[in-house]
Design a binder for this molecule. Structure first.
Ligand SMILES: [Zn+2]
Length: 170
């Protein structure tokens, strides 16, 4: 079975659903989500609950201007940020998918800058990636060059925000 069989799920999920191949762990630096067995690129890792709030909070995930997937206390609240993440948000299906093959023990991470326009709680990233963005405050705070480097992985909402900030072609 390839991860989570998302198609069989009800259109509106009252709760998040996690692949049986991942688990929440508590490490020295806090909680995180880790693979417990091999995962193929593209596999669904977590299908998010269809629970939304209008404003950004600590655990929300931005879907649209005034629409954020709510922090629900479920496993998706504990996906840590990484500037070179192992998972990406699929907004259309409202789920996280693996962006590369994962081995047991690999952490499931997500680049918050690919969904969040202006974060409720900024922090300093120490992920150690070559292109670590450092101060993580939201897409709007990035330089144009940084925004351009992330363009292939940002959500449709951020794509619209970015386009509206570009100089007109005329
Ligand atoms: Zn980083």
């Amino acid at each position: 079975m390839a991860g989570v069989e998302i198609e069989e799920w009800a259109a509106a999920r009252p709760r998040s659903q996690a692949s049986p191949k991942i688990e929440l762990r508590t490490a020295a630096l806090g909680r995180g989500v880790f693979a417990t067995e091999a995962v193929a690129a593209g596999e669904v890792l977590i299908a998010l609950a269809h629970v939304f709030v209008a404003a950004a909070e600590q655990y929300t995930i931005q879907i649209d201007e005034d629409r954020h997937q709510a922090g629900t206390g479920e496993i998706d609240d504990f996906l840590n940020h990484c500037c070179e993440p192992s998972a990406a948000l699929d907004v259309e299906r409202l789920c996280f998918v693996a962006v590369r093959p994962l081995a047991p023990g690999d952490e499931i991470t997500f680049n918050y800058l690919t969904s969040e326009w202006d974060m409720a709680e900024a922090f300093t990233c120490r992920c150690g990636a070559d292109r670590c963005f450092g101060n993580i405050r939201g897409f709007r705070h990035l330089s144009r060059a940084q925004q351009d480097s992330l363009a292939p992985s940002i959500t449709p909402f951020l794509r619209r925000k970015r386009a509206s900030g570009l100089p007109s072609a005329a």
